[in-house]
Write a protein that binds this ligand. Structure first.
Ligand SMILES: Nc1ncnc2c1ncn2[C@@H]1O[C@H](COP(=O)(O)OP(=O)(O)O)[C@@H](O)[C@H]1O
Ligand SMILES: [Mg+2]
Length: 312
């Protein structure tokens, strides 16, 4: 089982579209996939459930907000009790034997995120503060180690466009970080800060595990970057248009992390109405379509990158 956090500080760069389609494509290949929606905007959730369905079936008891709230994450409910299996999409996997499950999000997760962060303060001793740090930051990592999650081949976590505490729990829980970005100035500028902040978090966490208070069953982490995936790439004559080519080349040359060969093409036709049908575009695009072919290649590249240690 491998866990990938999909993150970028910038919103609107295609994180959710990539997560939903990647999850669907991997499940369609016969694997068991769990998607975790950690963005209060809940767009990943609404890619598989209508707003009405979410309100009636999930909102009250079955969102990740319930798990993060309470005295400490997991005190109200176990994480595995929140797993749902969206029926519509899973009907597509009857032949392949794959499965796509979801832990849905809630628009009010943002309030919980702020409350959790506030809880980090207030330790009276350094040891106590470090204990709180490890307990809070490591909560999702610990929960995902539960036996029931070992059945999944892949867990994809769609993060909010920030570096709040909930996002940090995803980084600590993940084997890899995948960074979707648009090939423009602001999107590529942010990658440097993102990598720096993630590296700092991993270093601090491991320092506390190695030199801090014992007894919490904490483990050191080794979150690595799978790399940057350029999204919404405008292709002309089989190549990204000039300005985008420039930012892709620039990132390849200067970024601390790899840039994947595969990209997601700008295609309002397929990716423009993320999930309105409950089935990501990759599953209803004609198999010979260029955009779909590219996406499948990207999926293979991502899967090949897992466990290879190719990234840092
Ligand atoms: N490759 C693409 N081509 C065209 N539109 C896209 C593509 N990827 C995403 N979009 C659209 O752009 C918007 C933002 O994408 P989204 O995946 O929600 O980004 P994020 O999760 O980073 O905020 C959505 O309306 C989505 O449908
Ligand atoms: Mg999103």
């Amino acid at each position: 089982m491998q866990i990938i956090a999909v993150m970028n500080y910038k919103g609107g760069v295609g994180k959710t579209t990539l997560t939903a389609n990647l999850g669907a494509e991997v499940a369609n290949r016969g694997h068991k996939v769990l998607l975790v929606d950690l963005d209060p905007q809940a767009n990943l959730t609404f890619s598989f459930y209508s707003v009405d369905q979410w309100r009636e079936e999930l909102r009250k008891d079955t969102t990740i907000m319930r798990w993060y709230e309470g005295d400490r994450p997991g005190s109200e409910v176990d994480l595995h009790q929140l797993v749902v299996t969206p029926p519509l999409i899973n009907r597509q996997f009857q032949v392949s034997g794959g499965r796509l499950d979801l832990i849905s999000s809630h628009l009010k997760l943002i309030d919980i995120d702020l409350r959790l962060a506030a809880r980090l303060g207030g330790g009276t001793t350094i040891g106590e503060s470090k204990r709180k740090f490890l307990d809070l930051h490591g909560c999702l990592a610990r929960a995902l180690r539960h036996d029931v999650f070992q059945d999944y081949d892949l867990v994809l976590i769609d993060c909010a466009p920030n570096f709040g505490l909930v996002t940090k729990t995803a980084i600590v829980a993940s084997d890899y970080v995948l960074v979707p970005a648009k090939a423009d100035y602001l999107s590529t500028l942010g990658i440097h800060y993102l990598v720096g902040n993630c590296d700092e978090l991993v270093a601090e966490y491991n320092d506390y595990v190695n030199h801090g208070p014992k007894g919490g069953g904490d483990r050191t982490i080794e979150t690595r970057f799978l790399g940057v995936v350029f999204t919404m790439v405008k292709v002309y004559a089989n190549k990204p248009i000039g300005t985008q080519q420039y930012y892709i080349a620039e990132t390849r040359a200067n970024s601390q992390i790899p840039v994947l060969d595969g990209t997601v093409r700008d295609s309002p036709k397929y990716f423009g109405d993320a999930g309105a049908s409950g089935i990501p575009a990759i599953l209803h695009a004609p198999v010979t379509d260029e955009v779909a072919l590219e996406f499948r290649q990207l999926t293979t590249e991502i899967l090949n990158g897992l466990g290879s240690g190719a990234a840092r």
